[in-house]
Structures are given as structure tokens and as C-alpha cells.
Design a protein around this ligand. Structure first.
Ligand SMILES: C[S@@+](CC[C@H](N)C(=O)[O-])C[C@H]1O[C@@H](n2cnc3c(N)ncnc32)[C@H](O)[C@@H]1O
Length: 301
């Protein structure tokens, strides 16, 4: 499998520039995918530098780079601290994350991520996880379904959608994406069908992969892992994700205000570097998947 077919890296130069790579530093790419960002980081390291990468999807392992400075860890990045420790690493000089789903995951119909294909309801990034889109759609009660669709899909019709799904399930299970589309057909008028369907899929995917909880757990571990002056470079693809990243960089928290020290200054572990960075028009023209990308950078104080 060739890397460029697997995934075309987004904001490649900007995100790796943002790490301010020290040639002999230790770096982590927590979303390895096709390895586009990892290769760029490696190209900036000397023979003493090290790169650790994470991916929870077994398919990504085929792209592992054969380079003695590189280690690929087949785990969820919510356990970043634990697995870096396992490899003898307590502090790093930078962490890059390119959140979300790879083109490969979207393009393989059976994975169930894409609204373009008919497939069984799945959407698991880690094929070994028990929770799949099938379970969310068939086992969640009406309130749970409503909350998923409302919170993660920002769908106003979430209560009515949840009710319809639960009613339909009494006759038969909803196994395929086609069935789900038929059940929700009245919420998919031709003019808006793609947009609404994308929101429904986003909601289910976030729930299946527990993306919000995972992101919070991951973010909370990063300040402790960074050496002084170490950098974070994070690319988000939807507003829920970006909001958490932004708040965490600003406040070290997801809600409310940070505590003040004895002098009345806010105690925050990170400081932001530059403002929000988005892909150029040229990049979006060449790679449509870049269109919603938002890059934020931060440095350990
Ligand atoms: C957008 S792709 C990254 C593409 C990569 N930057 C490249 O250039 O090819 C996101 C990847 O991160 C992985 N991923 C997403 N969430 C993860 C998590 N919580 N733990 C480990 N891997 C995750 C996905 O399986 C996917 O392969």
C-alpha cells in the first residue's frame, strides 16, 4: 500500500514547522495513518533523534517506516504516557496530532465511515473494539441516541431521529447504512441530504470511538510529557475537537477559568504559538479533505 494512496497529509509543512524540530530531539506523532507527517519529522532529525508514533488501526501498521530512529505503537493515544514510559521515555520535545479519520478509513467501504457506500454499520477505528455503529444504533436507548445526535452531530432534529430509530428497531435491527438512511429518509431532503447525513455519521463516529473522552484524556497528559520549550502541533477537523484543543491551550482546562497563583497570575502550563492556521486555497483545491482542518500550536512554559 503506497502512503499517498493511503492518506494525503494535511498542513504538512505548517504542522511540522510548528514543532520547531530539534535535530536530536524526541518526538511523537500520535496519529500515524499513512505516515506522511512522521516522514517529514524524521527528515528533520539527525541520527540521534527519535520518533514514536501511535495508531490504533491495524491497517496503519502496514505503513510502518523502516528506520532505526522510529517506533510504531499500535495503541490508542489516550494511553500515551503509559506506552512512552514502556519505551523508556518520560519527556519529549514535541507531539503532533492529526485527529480524525484517514482517507484510507473513508475509502474502504466495509469500514463504514463513508456516506458514499452501502456497508454494515461499523465505524470502529480500532477493529478490535466492541462498540460499533451497529451497537450505538441498535442498543442505545432513545435518550442516549438523542444525546449522541444532538451533542456530536449538532442536529436539531435529534429527538425526532432518535424516536424514529427506536420505533423502527422494534420491527427489525438496523444493520446497514442503507437501512439507516431509509429509516431517516424524511430528514434527508435532496438539497440537504449530504450535509445532514455527514452530521449523523460524524455523531455516530465520535460516539463509537469515544473521541471526546479520548481527546480530553490525551490533552491532559501532554503538559507533563513535554520538556521545557517542547511543542504541541494539533490539527482538528470539527468544531467540538477544535474547541477543546483551544481551551486546553489557553486555560489548561476544558471548562471554567484556571486557578491563580499567589501573585494573582493564571497558572497555565502552555502558551499558544501563533494564531489559528488553516490550509491555503491551493491545498484545499488539491485535497478536499483539508477543507475543515484547523492547526493550533502551543509551547510548554
Ligand atoms: C487523519 S489520519 C492521520 C494521517 C497521517 N497524519 C498521515 O499523514 O498519513 C488519523 C489517524 O489517526 C488514527 N487515530 C485516530 N484516533 C486515534 C486514537 N485515539 N489513538 C490512536 N490512533 C488514532 C486513525 O486510525 C488514523 O489512522
Amino acid at each position: 500500500m503506497k502512503t499517498m494512496e493511503y492518506h494525503n497529509p494535511v498542513l504538512l509543512k505548517e504542522s511540522v514547522d510548528g514543532l520547531n524540530v530539534k535535530p536530536d530531539g524526541v518526538y511523537v506523532d500520535v496519529t500515524f495513518g499513512g505516515g506522511g507527517h512522521s516522514k517529514e519529522i524524521l527528515s528533520r532529525l539527525n541520527e540521534n533523534g527519535k520518533l514514536f508514533a501511535f495508531d490504533q488501526d491495524a491497517d496503519a501498521l502496514e505503513n510502518a517506516l523502516s528506520d532505526s530512529r522510529f517506533t510504531l505503537i499500535h495503541e490508542n493515544f489516550r494511553y500515551i504516557k503509559r506506552f512512552l514510559r514502556f519505551h523508556g521515555v518520560k519527556k519529549v520535545d514535541g507531539i503532533l496530532a492529526d485527529f480524525g479519520v484517514s482517507s484510507h478509513q473513508f475509502d474502504v467501504a466495509e469500514r463504514g465511515f463513508s456516506t458514499r457506500f452501502e456497508a454494515d454499520l461499523d465505524m470502529r477505528m480500532n477493529q478490535k473494539n466492541k462498540l460499533s455503529a451497529y451497537h450505538v444504533i441498535n442498543d442505545y436507548d432513545e435518550l442516549q441516541l438523542k444525546n449522541v445526535l444532538a451533542q456530536y452531530g449538532e442536529l436539531r432534529a435529534a429527538p425526532a431521529m432518535a424516536k424514529l430509530i427506536v420505533e423502527y428497531r422494534e420491527t427489525e435491527s438496523i444493520v446497514t447504512s442503507e437501512q439507516l438512511k431509509n429509516v431517516l429518509a424524511k430528514f434527508l431532503p435532496p438539497r440537504h441530504a449530504n450535509k445532514v447525513l455527514a452530521q449523523i455519521y460524524q455523531a455516530i463516529r465520535i460516539e463509537v470511538n469515544q473521541e471526546i473522552e479520548v481527546l480530553k484524556e490525551f490533552l491532559q497528559q501532554t503538559p507533563e510529557l513535554l520538556d521545557d520549550g517542547g511543542r504541541l502541533s494539533f490539527i482538528s477537523y470539527h468544531s467540538l475537537e477544535d474547541r477543546l484543543v483551544k481551551r486546553f491551550i489557553r486555560n489548561g482546562l476544558f471548562e471554567g477559568e484556571p486557578e491563580r497563583d499567589m501573585y494573582g497570575n493564571f497558572e497555565v502550563p502552555l502558551k499558544k504559538v501563533n494564531g489559528l492556521i488553516v490550509p491555503s486555497k491551493e491545498e484545499i483545491k488539491l485535497n478536499n479533505r483539508a477543507r475543515s482542518a484547523k492547526l493550533r500550536l502551543a509551547e510548554k512554559k
